[in-house]
Design a protein around this ligand. Structure first.
Ligand SMILES: C[S@@+](CC[C@H](N)C(=O)[O-])C[C@H]1O[C@@H](n2cnc3c(N)ncnc32)[C@H](O)[C@@H]1O
Length: 262
């Protein structure tokens, strides 16, 4: 393979198709809005993300796939205005409620999908997509972020392509990558003429909080988009073996950032 001519964008699209990940329409995210709003803000991931945001010389921020506003609303006190774009009405309702609870009048929700027309989406100094790039065509999504950014873009993507750690996947007998590896994103950005900085953020080990096997199974099922009949007893054996201890392997996020015109 010659990396200078390899079609990273096409490879990515093909891998996503092959992984046959479940569709996650707005109503799936609507159902997650309350819990994400309640527990999503003060976490190691969000703290690490905010610590890496360079807001120097910036007054506006657009957060794509903003959810309840974890990134945009946390950064808002340091900015003149923030916008949260999401396709889930409940996430945007949580965004608005969280802005009010913080006394912020400088936060605007935008009901929109990655696939929609973004012609009227405001160009902002900083554009962020945090844990929200699960799209079939990542190249198109990255270009969209770039076009609405004036100064800098920040994007996170599951490092190693997994939302569930190696040990759980091994216990299930799943060795293959669920998503294209983040190295594919490096290649894709490079071919778009962008020179990203790469960093890593800690994931959140929500699996460790499962009170019993049913809760653990439900969480894995949701993250993987379904478990087969054969996989459930394998997962139960894994859970019993590790009882009281979190899954061994942490899931990390790759953080890509780049300067506009840089
Ligand atoms: C895992 S949450 C991340 C929320 C927040 N950015 C964070 O990091 O805490 C993913 C968010 O992306 C949104 N999302 C998923 N697919 C989308 C799409 N096609 N268009 C717009 N938003 C989308 C979901 O509604 C959800 O709020």
């Amino acid at each position: 393979m010659d990396p200078s001519t390899f079609d990273f964008a096409g490879f990515y699209r093909e891998r996503v198709r092959a992984a046959s990940r479940p569709e996650r329409p707005p109503d799936y995210w609507d159902g997650r809005a309350a819990s994400m709003s309640e527990r999503g803000f003060d976490t190691p991931y969000v703290r690490a993300f905010l610590a890496r945001l360079d807001l120097a010389g910036c007054s506006t921020l657009l957060d794509v796939g903003c959810g309840p506003g974890t990134i945009a609303l946390s950064a808002a006190p340091r900015l003149a205005h923030v916008y949260g774009l999401d396709h889930s009405p409940n996430m945007l309702a949580a965004f608005a409620a969280n802005a009010r609870a913080r006394g912020l009048t400088t936060a605007t929700p935008i009901l929109r999908s990655w696939d929609d027309d973004w012609t009227d989406v405001p160009v902002c100094d900083i554009v962020v997509a945090s844990r929200s790039t699960a799209v079939p065509d990542l190249e198109a999504a990255l270009v969209k972020l770039h076009v609405v950014a004036r100064r800098r873009v920040y994007v996170t993507y599951p490092a190693d392509g997994h939302l569930v750690g190696d040990d759980v996947r091994r216990a299930l007998g799943r060795e293959a990558s669920a998503l294209p590896d983040y190295l594919c994103v490096v290649g894709l950005l490079h071919q778009l003429g962008l020179r990203p900085t790469l960093d890593y953020l800690p994931g959140e080990n929500r699996l460790a909080e499962a009170a019993d096997f049913e809760e653990f199974r439900a969480r894995i099922d949701r993250l993987l988009g379904g478990l087969s009949v054969d996989e459930v007893p394998r997962l139960e054996a894994y859970f019993d073996e590790r009882r009281g201890r979190p899954p061994a392997s942490e899931v990390r996020w790759a953080l890509f950032s780049w300067e506009i015109g840089g």
